[in-house]
Design a protein around this ligand. Sequence first.
Ligand code: HEM
Length: 243
Amino acid sequence: MTNKTISVYASWDINTRVFHWVNVVCIFMLSILGLIMLNKGSIGISGAEASIGLKTIHTIIGYVFAINLIVRIIWGFVGGPRARFSTLLPGKGYRQEVKNYTASIKAGEPRTFIGHNPKGRLSVLVMFLLFTVMMVTGMVRTGTDIYYPPFGGFAAKYVAAEGVSFKDIKPYDNTGTDAEKMDRLKTFKKPYGTIHIYTAYILWVLVLIHIIAVIRSDAGGQGTLISAMFSGRKHLPREPHDL
Ligand code: HEM
């Protein structure tokens, strides 16, 4: 029989909630800019200046995304139990947990959780991995494309021809560069761009699945998941399995 009593539990701490919403805004803006960069030809944007401008804005938002992510990763090791990566890792008995959870949904009385449900845990972990790949590949690309930190100084020093200061190396301009080294840099940076774009595609699919899953679980009687990411308090209709 369904127990309709609603209890309120402290779920996500303030750091986790701030990370989540800053991350949402950054990914939204980075994706829009990324899509513009990908389709600039068909929307009538051309020229080196426009490309540099788009990459610069994308990079500046990328820095906010990266700082937010790094703080969250640190918090994942030192923060409270619901923020820790150790609680996300699928340990012993994980398969059974997923089976029980799925069976409870089918039976019409879904198990509830103060933190993530077993499937959510894995998807969050995968998303963190993808965020990290986006951050690292993005940093390499911004360093090698437009000579922005943290790697831009190294890239500019590498391609500068003998007797030319790295400070005089400009993006989209071969003046003062060593042609052979420029070619080598091109070969080096190519796979980072490929990984960046394909990871973005995977991330977009996962984000979509994440949004659908959260809405379904909220509407399907598994607690107030969405409002908890604002308030830090989750209302649950049954005793949680991760007390
Ligand atoms: C989840 C976060 C991110 C998403 C969804 C994203 C998405 C994209 C997309 C779709 C492109 C277009 C690729 C192309 O034109 O070939 C792109 C390019 C780029 N991104 Fe990101 N990005 C993210 C994070 C970052 C970060 C953190 C940085 C660095 C701070 C960064 C730096 C760049 C640079 C420099 C380019 C141009 C590279 C190129 O022309 O291939 N991105 N990004």
